[in-house]
Design a protein around this ligand. Structure first.
Ligand SMILES: Nc1ncnc2c1ncn2[C@@H]1O[C@H](COP(=O)(O)OP(=O)(O)O)[C@@H](O)[C@H]1O
Ligand SMILES: [Mg+2]
Length: 422
């Protein structure tokens, strides 16, 4: 008598699957794949099945398809339903789904004696001896996993910071004011330094504001959550959407929250638009509440700091208002150096830096990409390895319009003086 029924996972099952897992359904030793991987696979519709008995979810098997291999991320069994063949039944159903989805190999990685080991052995899986599994992880609390996933959180790589070329001035400022106090809160406290809670990055488009925000999250090993006002507006109104999202975020242990183009939700209030006033007020309130808790940072970016409602720039809301300007000559040299090295180029860096005045890191990246592509094609056409030269870059630079015009550069310098708080 089986007494259970195996069927496809349905979105309503998510909570029960997570509960099964956190209540020890996965065994005593920590699983190789994190619960966040399992939740992500379930939400993305990867092959997964559940077993139901007495109208309760008593087992789950979840896979993630990667090319023609499917990884079994989880086999969870309710304590009362072990050793009855339920694991094998789940695995058989999972195997069928994975094969139908294109998997040729089904692979599983379990702690020794982990839940599912017996089922794998009984279902014709061969253990690979002599393989050592290495890992390096950052910690996320179990209760945060589902929330982070529903918030669309990312985990930017720690190395992103180092890949940001040039911009030495901005990097140093961000490192000292933001990263270090947040990374060393005890030391900061001994000096009476309060770690920042909220900052504005302002500057022309393409200077790296969004990338800096992600890179800071990577440095701190904090999850990165971006809020998209246009999407929040679809939930009953932007003000409600913002307030609800900030309430959810308040439950997280630590997090970096990013709002791009913040002037669209934090613009100067005008009595002509009461709904917009409501949004600005809600965001102000949310920031005040957000500041109450440790281990979190709100980063807002804008191309137009002058468009922000003055209330945002008053003390007590944002700790810093940091200018992220177009790269100066030295920073452009550093940016070009990094791209030239990658392309095996023999070009004069100072000449390129002169010619690309007004270029943002994004413009330089784009020009470097164009040259790399054309030289790659030249190599293919000629059958001989071509190397980019100074003229290749200069030609491309001449055909690229710099993002930052001289008026914009002046406006930025003026805003830095008037609004910058570093
Ligand atoms: N310092 C940098 N080094 C290398 N690439 C950069 C740098 N800053 C920005 N980029 C690249 O330029 C593009 C635009 O950067 P982004 O962060 O979106 O700028 P912003 O948010 O200020 O508009 C991205 O593709 C980013 O990877
Ligand atoms: Mg951006």
């Amino acid at each position: 008598m089986a007494g259970w029924h195996v069927r496809d996972f349905a979105p309503e099952d998510l909570e029960a699957v997570v509960r099964l897992d956190t209540e020890g359904g996965g065994g005593d030793q920590p699983a190789v794949f994190h619960l966040s991987d399992v939740v992500a696979a379930l939400q993305a519709g990867h092959p997964s099945v559940v077993a139901v008995a007495e109208e309760r979810l008593v087992g789950a098997a979840v896979a993630r398809l990667e090319g023609d291999r499917a990884w079994v991320l989880r086999i969870s069994l309710d304590g009362a339903w072990r050793h009855l063949g339920l694991g094998s039944a789940l695995l058989a159903a999972l195997e069928a789904r994975a094969h139908a989805a294109g998997a040729r190999t089904l692979a599983a990685m379990l702690p020794e004696h982990g839940t599912g080991a017996a089922a794998l052995r009984n279902s014709g899986f061969t253990p690979r001896e002599g393989v050592t599994y290495y890992e390096k992880t950052r910690s996320v609390r179990a209760q945060d996993v589902v929330l982070l996933s529903s918030l669309g959180a990312a985990e930017p790589p720690a190395g992103l910071w180092d890949r940001l070329a040039g911009m030495a001035r901005e990097k140093e400022l961000i490192e000292r004011r933001l990263v270090l106090p947040l990374a060393h809160p005890e030391l900061a406290a001994q000096h009476g330094v309060e770690p920042p809670r909220a900052v504005v990055l302002f500057g022309p488009p393409g200077t790296g504001k969004s990338t800096f925000a992600r890179a800071v999250a990577g440095r701190l090993a904090w999850p990165y959550v971006e809020l998209f006002p246009s999407r929040l507006a679809l939930e009953d109104g932007l003000a409600n959407g913002l307030s609800r999202r900030f309430e959810e975020i308040a439950q997280l242990d630590h997090v970096l929250v990013f709002i791009d183009e913040v002037e669209e939700v934090a613009g100067i209030r005008s009595s002509a638009d009461p709904a917009a006033v409501g949004v600005v007020n809600e965001l102000l309130k949310s920031i005040v509440r957000f500041r109450d808790r440790d281990d979190r940072l709100l980063v807002c970016a804008t191309n137009n700091v002058a468009a922000l409602d003055p209330a945002f720039l008053r003390h007590g809301r944002f700790d810093y208002v940091l200018p992220i300007g177009p790269p100066d000559h030295e920073a452009r040299c550093a940016l070009w150096t990094s791209y030239l090295a990658r392309a095996g180029a023999e070009a004069d860096i100072a000449t390129l830096a002169d010619a690309s005045d007004g270029f943002t890191p994004a413009d330089i990246a784009q020009a470097a990409r164009a040259v790399a592509q054309s030289v790659f094609e030249r190599t293919l056409d000629s059958g001989e390895r071509a190397h980019p030269r100074t003229d290749d870059y200069l030609n491309t630079i001449r055909h690229t319009r710099p993002t930052v015009t001289s008026e914009m550069a002046l406006a930025f310098a003026d805003q830095t003086g008037r609004y910058g708080r570093t």
